[in-house]
Write a protein that binds this ligand. Structure first.
Ligand code: SAH
Length: 496
């Protein structure tokens, strides 16, 4: 071990910072947040430290450092640009046994500052002994991502109930088991979801009736799995997936996402066919309630966002009625994912001031939509479940006044390595689908913004796979010639 790690209590103690620039300001920031009484010795102060001085947060001694300054300091930080001064400070402090930190000069330090993850009262400090700070920072980024922001509040909650738990369980072993269950269970989930008061209530109940804990009530998390690329999951989605007892997923959830669920979790496919939609939806709702009542932590994993054409509202409606504990985790919806990965901004200062998410799902063989709103100038349409009704959709849009040349894109399996993008116009879209055998899931984007695809496309997954082999036909270039010329038409339209 190169260094012995300790956490220093600086509350109310004198910390001397020598230097008044930006680097010194960063150090002051840290020791100040640890509650230190900060004395800055420097002939001048930079902007940040001047602001702190004005707020009364530091004491300033406006001159060069002299050896007597270090007296009575719990810690000395040297942050000037003068290596000679740094050396003097280091030697002097070490003679007196005062911990000293010299920025960017590890050999002169008796203490070094780690990379930190702060979830006070939980603190994680990472050190590379000063030899690979970039590596330490990368580690920190991983840990930042893995430790929920609510971790500190969870620790605070545990502290509040510590005595009560001690009083309730005689043995250390019992207490440990109790806390393990609490800190990985629904109480923790409630804290992470920002529902601290409910978490406290639930914890209090569990302390009162620990014997009932074996069949404690389960919960359901309605989780948005995003459009397919597992990297687009939220941290919360991932955490819930990794703590689930059982995962109910549907057709749109990609294999790559599913692989990230806990290995031991039961995975149940509940994809539905259009014909028996209603029956199946009822069955899913009933199943969610049954499983939660059995005490399971259920994750209902849905493609995209649960509240966008996902029937999420219906599912939680029933859970609520049944008194089941639940939460909803948003996901990246297909429109956002497909648009980003196809290089088609859904809004754009010059081309579109609004975007409408619609479904062209055939009901009774016809598409029933608010046509005047959809043909309005400057609006982009993101069409979900639009393949089967595409002919009617395009015809009706044109009939209601949208230009037949309006650019339109098909994004099949957006964000996945299999993504395909085709660009045409309202009039050519139906034939384009047939010609290229475009299949679900496909998002249709209609509007002038589609024109930007040619310029802004950046996601070319096939190149990753095929790069080593012979060059392949690019599938992402617009296969249909652009029906409208860029400038002339566009300018005319925006003016009108
Ligand atoms: N709740 C989902 C939408 C469910 S409706 C969401 O927020 O994204 C199903 C439709 O979403 C599909 O028919 C298709 O139009 C669209 N869709 C979902 N994932 C997609 C993907 N990866 N690529 C293209 N379209 C997708």
């Amino acid at each position: 071990m190169d260094y012995y790690p300790v956490f220093m209590n600086l509350r109310g103690r004198r910390v001397l910072v020598v230097g008044g620039g930006e680097v010194a300001a960063r150090k002051v920031d840290l020791v100040h947040s640890a509650g230190a009484h900060v004395v800055v010795v420097a002939p001048w102060l930079g902007e940040e430290l001047r602001a702190r001085l004005a707020r009364g947060e530091i004491e300033h001694v406006a001159r060069r450092w002299v050896s007597g300054d270090v007296a009575n300091s719990a810690l000395v930080v040297a942050a000037t640009d003068d290596p000679g001064v740094h050396e003097c400070i280091s030697v002097y402090c070490q003679q007196l046994g005062i911990p000293v930190n010299v920025v960017d000069d590890t050999p002169l330090c008796s203490v070094i500052t780690p990379a930190m993850v702060d979830r006070s009262p939980i603190q994680i400090a990472i050190s590379s002994a000063g030899v690979a700070p970039v590596l330490a920072r990368r580690l920190r980024a991983w840990i930042e991502a893995a430790v929920p922001p609510g971790y500190g509040r969870l620790a605070g909650l545990a502290a509040r109930f510590r005595d009560a738990v001690k009083g309730r369980f005689a043995s250390v072993d019992e207490r440990r088991k109790f806390w393990e269950r609490i800190l990985e269970g629904p109480v923790a989930d409630l804290v992470y979801a920002g529902r601290d008061a409910e978490a406290a209530e639930r914890l209090a109940r569990e302390i009162d009736a620990p014997d009932a804990s074996g069949d404690a009530a389960g919960s359901v998390a309605l989780v948005g799995a995003g459009p397919g690329d597992p990297d687009l999951l939220t941290f919360r989605a991932l955490r819930l997936m990794q703590h689930a007892d059982i995962v109910l997923y549907d057709r749109l959830v990609s294999d790559a996402v599913l692989e990230l669920t806990r290995r031991d979790a039961e995975k149940v496919y509940v994809g539905k066919r259009r014909s028996n939609h209603h029956v199946t939806q009822d069955r899913i709702n009933a199943e969610l309630i049954r499983l939660a009542r059995e005490g399971k932590r259920v994750v209902r994993l849905k493609g995209g966002d649960p509240f966008i054409f996902g029937r999420g509202g219906e599912e939680i409606g029933e859970l609520m009625e049944a008194g089941i504990d639940f939460q909803v985790v948003p996901g990246i919806t297909a429109a956002a994912g497909c648009a980003a990965y196809a290089g088609i901004p859904l809004t754009h200062r010059d081309h579109a001031q609004s975007v409408q998410f619609i479904t062209a799902h055939l009901r009774d063989g016809s598409v029933d939509l608010d046509w005047p709103a959809l043909v309005r100038q400057g609006t982009t349409l993101a069409v979900y479940m639009g393949l089967s009704g595409v002919r009617e959709l395009c015809a009706r849009l044109i009939e209601h006044g949208r230009d037949a040349h309006t650019p339109a894109a098909l994004v099949q399996q957006g964000t996945l390595p299999e993504q395909r993008v085709f660009v045409g116009s309202l009039s050519s879209l139906p034939d384009l689908i047939e010609a290229h055998e475009v299949q679900a899931p496909t998002l249709i984007i209609v509007g002038d913004v589609v024109r930007l695809h040619r310029q802004l496309q950046w996601y070319r997954p096939e190149e990753k796979v095929e790069a080593a082999d012979a060059p392949v036909e690019p599938v992402h270039t617009p296969l249909d010639p652009m029906p409208v010329t860029e400038s002339a038409n566009h300018a005319g339209r925006m003016a009108g």
